[in-house]
Design a protein around this ligand. Structure first.
Ligand SMILES: Nc1nc2c(ncn2[C@@H]2O[C@H](COP(=O)(O)OP(=O)(O)OP(=O)(O)O)[C@@H](O)[C@H]2O)c(=O)[nH]1
Length: 632
């Protein structure tokens, strides 16, 4: 989707500032959510948190602490923009932010070696700190018994056990934060100690000594994950499995959504009819029935499909499969000059280009980061799903292919595929125009698999519903009402022939634009819908709903839209419109994000122009080829 409501709450209240610091994927955000009762995104791969998030913890002693969740980092020498965020906060360089008063170093108990290196580096900063030994449940399952008291003695700072995914899993941490004085009194390392100069080798040595002393120097493999990886990362089976998984997801989007979609349709229809019957004919009735109900109802109907898609994405995210997919795709992406690192930002763009573009902060190489940002909008964001679903529903028959595939699902899969291929092609071209190609090896952490928690999946789905509905109630509603106005006024003069909408502001605009879009097969009604579709893509659907509802003067709402366009448009036009939306120029909020992330208007302007040109070209070719094949 093209707009994400910022879930970050900024508190200006003063109060001790506690920062959560740790390696990527060690469970910082899970703990942050528990401590502050927040609902930030957690997922089983590195690089989910790319900016600082703040929350508030009220301790049982009544003290209020400000808690910061920071992007994961391996060291205090930042290599990517997200690691720099953590670095700047810890060194007191963050603009408008004081240095934290306390640091909680979150350490993955199943990966002590790496976590402790960062702890030692943090100790050297001179900020009072402690260790939250997280994922202790997983460590226990693998037979790893850590004596936290002994560890605390070795490090000279408090150590508590936590489980980020269990209610109450933060009890010991909360108790420790309650007694904040205790943290103050603990010694921290300081640079004057010759034994612990800031030297990586010395840190490694110290961690090795601690682990040996605690009898923890054996690396315990995670057998189950290793076994699964033998299939999932297999050079032949792995890619086949990935293709099958993605394919099944798109099949499910169509196959499972029919019943809830029918229910929503029936509900909207009933509402439209009831309001029509209740209100006298006039502008109020027209605004409600043809404007709001036709417009908003026409978009809400696609919510089940969006939720089904996200259900799968959330399950894949939580299970730990996604970084494996990145690993499998590394070679393919290497062919166009990208590394597997771009995979997660690009995958996030399937929800919405905005989090995807922000996730590109995890990419250390500036050129790779820029290319990833430029192609992120080509991933099919969920705002396009309503447009695709409407056109597929109207023009592609429901038919089994070889008794296995559903034709509509197949077409949807192809459209997502077209976006990906388009993105790879653009990346390849950008690579030609930018600096030398160099071979980069992908260093990516593969987390252990675990079963997705029902709570996290439900939470993720709830967030999608909230984002979607606030768009429907916000920007979509606003644009729909504006369009209704433009499409209803000034109205046809007495004795005029043709549809009243032709004599409206929207009609005039549509006809003027149609000159530009006629070569790619768009009529004036589609041309009208494209304009508000720039602000938010789903609005193209509600706009068509409004335009056609008004055009058909009185005929009811968007449910009628699919058969109506099926009757009025040629297949060539529908295919051309689908091609348009594969590349369609960006929604405004995406461009604003690109400006923020790249620090100027140059990149967003280049992005908008190239997407527009690409969309026009793709539609032109599609339309002409379709006409040639007799689909006119
Ligand atoms: N079994 C188990 N899983 C946990 C625990 N804490 C977190 N997780 C899971 O570990 C994964 C990573 O958690 P996050 O909270 O996203 O990790 P993070 O450190 O914030 O990650 P980044 O944002 O990438 O730095 C998620 O799938 C969590 O559900 C824990 O104590 N036990």
């Amino acid at each position: 989707m093209s707009h994400v409501k910022p879930a970050v709450v900024h508190f200006h209240a003063s109060g001790p500032l506690v920062a959560l610091v740790g390696n990527p994927n060690c469970g910082k955000t899970a703990l942050f959510n528990l401590l502050t009762d927040s609902k930030q995104k957690v997922a089983n791969y590195a690089g989910v948190t790319v900016e600082r998030k703040e929350g508030r913890l009220k301790t049982s002693a009544g003290k209020v602490l400000r808690v910061l969740d920071l992007p994961g980092t391996y060291s205090l020498h930042p290599r990517s923009p997200d690691e720099r965020v953590t670095h700047d906060v810890l060194y007191g360089n963050a603009v408008g932010e004081k240095r934290p008063d306390y640091v909680v170093c979150v350490v993955d108990a199943t990966n002590l070696r790496r976590g402790l290196r960062l702890v030692i580096a943090v100790q050297r900063l001179g900020i009072p700190c402690m260790v939250a030994l997280n994922m202790t449940d997983m460590a226990e399952q693998r037979g790893l018994h850590i004596d936290e008291q002994a560890l605390a003695r070795e490090l000279g700072i408090p150590v508590v056990r936590t489980v980020g995914i269990k209610q109450g899993g933060d009890t010991a941490l909360k108790a420790m934060l309650d007694d904040i004085q205790a943290l103050n009194s603990h010694a921290h390392l300081d640079d004057s100690d010759p034994a612990i100069q800031s030297h990586t080798d010395l840190d490694h040595e110290r961690v090795r000594q601690i682990l040996t002393k605690l009898n923890l120097d054996e690396i315990v493999p995670h057998n189950a994950s290793d076994k699964i990886d033998r299939v999932v990362l297999h050079p032949v089976l792995g890619p086949i499995l990935l293709a099958v998984i993605l394919f099944l997801v798109f099949q499910a989007v169509f196959a499972w959504a029919t019943v809830p979609m029918d229910l929503i349709k029936a509900g909207t229809e009933w509402l439209g009819a009831s309001v029509s019957a209740l209100l006298p004919e006039g502008w109020v009735q027209s605004l409600l029935v043809n404007g709001i109900i036709a417009g908003a109802g026409g978009v809400i109907v696609f919510l089940p499909q969006i939720l089904i898609l996200f259900f799968f994405i959330l399950v894949l995210e939580e299970s730990g499969y996604l970084p494996r997919a990145a690993f499998l795709l590394d070679r393919l992406m290497g062919g166009v000059g990208l590394s597997g690192r771009s995979f997660i930002p690009l995958l996030s763009s399937f929800a919405c280009a905005i989090p995807g573009i922000m996730a590109a902060r995890t990419i250390a190489n500036p050129r790779d980061r820029m290319v990833t940002i430029m192609i992120a909008p080509l991933m099919t964001c969920s705002a396009r799903l309503p447009v695709y679903a409407l056109l597929i529903g109207a023009f592609i028959p429901q038919r089994d292919v070889w008794h296995i595939f559903e034709l509509q699902g197949l077409v949807l899969f192809a459209l997502y595929g077209a976006g990906i291929i388009g993105a790879l092609a653009v990346a390849w071209v950008l690579k030609r125009f930018t600096a030398q190609s160099q071979i980069r090896t992908l260093m990516m952490e593969l987390p252990s698999y675990h079963l997705p928690t029902v709570r996290n999946v439900l939470l993720g789905l709830k967030q999608r519903v909230v984002i979607f509905m606030s768009r429907v109630g916000g920007i979509i509603l606003m644009l729909t009402i504006a369009l209704w106005f433009l499409a209803s006024y000034p109205g046809a003069p007495v004795g005029a022939t043709g549809m009243p909408i032709e004599y409206s502001f929207a009609g005039y605009i549509g006809k003027a634009l149609a000159v530009v879009f006629e070569p790619i097969g768009f009529n004036w009604q589609i041309s009208i819908a494209l304009v508000p579709g720039m602000a938010a893509r789903e609005v193209a659907v509600s706009s068509l709903g409004t335009v056609y509802a008004l055009a058909a003067a009185g005929s009811n709402t968007a449910e009628a839209l699919a058969p109506l366009i099926a009757q009025q448009w040629s297949i060539a036009t529908a295919l051309s419109l689908l091609a348009w939306y594969v590349f369609a120029p960006q929604c405004i909020s995406t461009l604003a994000t690109v400006k923020r992330e790249t620090g100027g208007w140059k990149m967003p302007l280049i992005m908008m122009s190239y997407l527009f040109a690409l969309a026009y070209l793709a539609s032109f070719i599609t339309y002409r080829v379709a006409l040639f094949c007799g689909l006119g």
